[in-house]
Design a binder for this molecule. Structure first.
Ligand code: NAP
Length: 298
């Protein structure tokens, strides 16, 4: 049974640690609904780009704290953690955990995590209530970070949610771009599947969670069709009217250590919680709707 989606939460002030692809899209969507948005970037060039979009950005490279945290966090009601953790932990928490804990206005924290916390399921289904079993260093760091965010706000009135995101795609970052750029590859590893998620659906889910805060809750954020990545490339080629590249056997494919780590685990993400608890219906339930929408908009 699904619940009715709640309307957009009352406008507040979001601070996004890491105004990257997802953070910026969320910022733009919220600003369209009357929110104030600020956040952190690592480079001076990105500061100007953010402020051109109406986002107040501050320099934060994870090595030292923000210059003026009291003023930076004044009035912040919602916070998105979008910076990947280092071996030392989450840079935002390391430098600003105490500042954020003492905030009188903060209500909601969303932490962007990854399904690597489940470890390898050999093609089986991974549900949020499953015991995490990360194998990769990446997955272990994420689980530590998820838990650190929750622990930091236990006993406060701030509600912390973790979102385990499948492969993010959207305008400017998808198989269509790879095909157009000539960088698309089909890596053939029999039985290997991945979920993915359109960035518009991520923002929809984050906003739905803001309307229904639930401290310690974890959500798989994924589409409804785990499939080989080659299927997506072939479909993008079909949409663009070009021949797909020849498949390369996994064993002989040149892959970055990060990509190899993705291929070393195989799971299908269960996403019932998104509908049952957040009332979300995905706009792009599979890559087919997602790529068609991107193509229509470009
Ligand atoms: N991409 C995926 O498919 C995927 C899947 C699951 C989870 N995730 C995770 O979900 C989050 C959002 O993903 P995304 O693709 O939207 O991320 P993204 O575009 O890479 O944005 C991450 C942001 O964090 C900043 N950042 C990175 N390391 C930092 C550090 N050490 N100190 C300070 N800032 C730092 C980046 O700055 P710069 O712009 O200067 O790099 C960027 O603003 C990330 O944590 C990502 O790892 C991604």
């Amino acid at each position: 049974m699904s619940i009715d989606p709640k309307p957009v939460p009352e406008p507040g002030h979001l601070f996004c640690f890491g105004l990257g692809y997802t953070g910026t899209l969320l910022a733009l969507r919220l600003m369209g609904n009357g929110w104030r948005v600020s956040g952190s970037v690592r480079k001076k060039e990105t500061l100007a780009r953010a402020s051109d979009s109406g986002i107040r950005a501050y320099l934060f490279d994870g090595n030292s704290p923000l210059a003026d945290p009291d003023n930076t966090f004044a009035g912040v009601t919602h916070l998105l953690g979008s910076i990947p953790p280092s071996e030392a932990g989450d840079p935002a928490l390391i430098h600003h955990g105490d500042d954020l804990r003492s905030s009188k206005t903060l209500r909601w924290v969303g932490y962007l995590s990854t399904p690597a916390v489940y470890g390898d399921r050999q093609g089986g289904v991974a549900r949020e209530e499953d015991k995490p079993n990360p194998v990769s260093a990446r997955g272990k760091r994420r689980l530590t970070a998820e838990r650190a965010w929750v622990k930091a706000f236990d006993g406060t009135r701030v509600s912390v949610q973790a979102f385990r995101l499948a492969g993010i795609y959207g305008p400017g970052r998808c198989a269509l771009d790879q095909v157009r750029a000539g960088t698309a590859r089909i890596v053939d590893k029999p039985g290997q599947v991945f979920n993915r998620i359109h960035v518009d659906d991520i923002t929809k889910i984050l906003i739905a969670s803001m309307a229904r805060p639930d401290h310690t809750r974890i959500y798989n954020v994924a589409d409804t069709e785990a499939c080989p990545s080659g299927d997506v490339i072939r479909h993008a080629c079909f949409l663009l009217g070009v021949d797909p590249p020849a498949p390369i056997a996994f064993e002989s494919a040149e892959l970055s250590p990060m990509a190899r780590s993705f291929y070393s685990e195989c799971k299908r993400l269960d996403t019932n919680r998104l509908t049952k608890e957040l009332g979300v219906t995905l706009t792009h339930p599979t890559y087919r709707e997602g790529l068609a929408a991107i193509l229509g908009a470009t």
